[in-house]
Design a protein around this ligand. Structure first.
Ligand code: MG
Length: 354
């Protein structure tokens, strides 16, 4: 049938049909040698619609050509997953763009060089990290500012783990202005995408990921605490130590479901298996809560290299042991080292400034 009729029946414009022919995907069944007029056969209808559907889905012409040569539903599944990943990344990027467009930087707290709001809580903090006694690399990273403290425990071998834990803290520092809990969570999600992108671009970073636990000061005087993975935040107040975060690990989930006791979890062989981490899944759930602070509050961020090595009662007495946050941070790391330090150790101790 002539191109006009084929176009009417397939719903594809003659221009599209010509472009698919030019790409070598859907060649006319015949071309009139004198007029140059193109003819298609009714049997090409299905292929024409298939090509057009894939183009509409954004699949590149070269990949459509290779699918036609080797039809496979698995490749469609892979494209479908890619579309989902792209959609999440674009949504998160738009959220960040919306924030950048609407946030009032002039009166913002937490912008370097800008005066902070009167109400904003600032932190007096000290951070330490140590390779420990067994590991050959230190994949724990720490960040210590007066409006943002954070800790990250990287995974994925050398050098992936170090790269991932460093990257998330660098990106967080750049993105968090002190506006809100939502801003901090959005920054964490954006960092997770950046880690997966870096991992995909380099063979020796393949599979890298990281935990994250951070405390950010928001403009209203409260502190936003966020976490993904099994790095923890604790609050020392009135002589007692309270864990503010839930671990996203396999054993912690079983404890929450009542299928494992706390005691059984401590020595469980799958203790280190995480159910959430940054950089390893397209969609990331970030836990977060706002906390009102009082004078005398002292916070601790730590990686599993501390709490797996030092009992909570000992962490409590060390946290109360000195006025200076640096002295406390040193003492915590020292205790982990003298207990064997089978993993990297990372701690941040932060006092609320009054
Ligand atoms: Mg660790």
């Amino acid at each position: 049938m002539p191109i006009g009729e084929f176009s009417d029946r397939s719903g594809l414009s003659p221009k599209r049909l010509r472009s698919y022919a030019a790409a070598g995907l859907l060649l006319p069944a015949a071309i009139d040698s004198s007029s140059g007029y193109r003819y298609y056969s009714p049997g090409q209808m299905r292929e024409a619609r298939l090509i057009d559907a894939l183009r509409t889905a954004g699949v590149p012409l070269a990949e459509i050509g290779s699918l036609l040569g080797d039809p496979s539903v698995e490749r469609l599944d892979a494209w479908t997953r890619q579309v989902e990943v792209d959609a999440v990344q674009r949504q998160d990027a738009l959220d960040l763009a919306r924030h950048l467009l609407t946030f009032d930087y002039e009166s913002a707290a937490g912008i370097p060089g800008q005066p902070r709001k009167e109400a904003m809580t600032t932190l007096q903090a000290a951070a330490r990290t140590d390779i420990g006694r067994v590991r050959e690399n230190n994949q724990d990273s720490v960040l210590c500012l007066d409006h943002l403290v954070a800790i990250a425990d990287g995974m994925g071998g050398h050098p992936g783990g170090e790269v991932a834990s460093n990257l998330v803290l660098t990106l967080l520092e750049a993105a968090f202005t002190g506006e809100s809990l939502e801003e901090l969570k959005a920054a964490v999600r954006a960092a997770s995408h950046a880690i997966s992108d870096r991992a995909a671009a380099s063979e020796d970073l393949e599979g890298m990921g990281t935990t994250l636990c951070a405390i950010g000061s928001t403009g209203d005087g409260r502190l936003a605490v966020v976490n993904v993975g099994d790095s923890r935040a604790y609050l020392l107040r009135d002589g007692s130590l309270r864990q503010l975060t839930d671990d996203h690990s396999w054993t912690a989930e079983l404890v929450r479901q009542g299928e494992l006791t706390e005691l059984e979890a401590v020595d469980h062989p799958h203790r280190g298996v995480l159910t959430r981490a940054l950089g390893v899944a397209p969609k990331i759930d970030v836990d977060g809560a706002l906390h009102t602070v009082v004078t005398g509050d002292r916070f601790l961020l730590c990686t599993d290299g501390l709490f797996n090595e030092v009992a909570e009662s000992d962490i409590l007495s060390l946290m109360e042991g000195a006025t200076d946050v640096g002295v406390v941070a040193d003492a915590l790391v020292e205790q982990a080292l003298s207990n064997g330090a089978r993993d990297n150790v990372g701690v941040v101790v932060a006092d609320v400034r009054t």
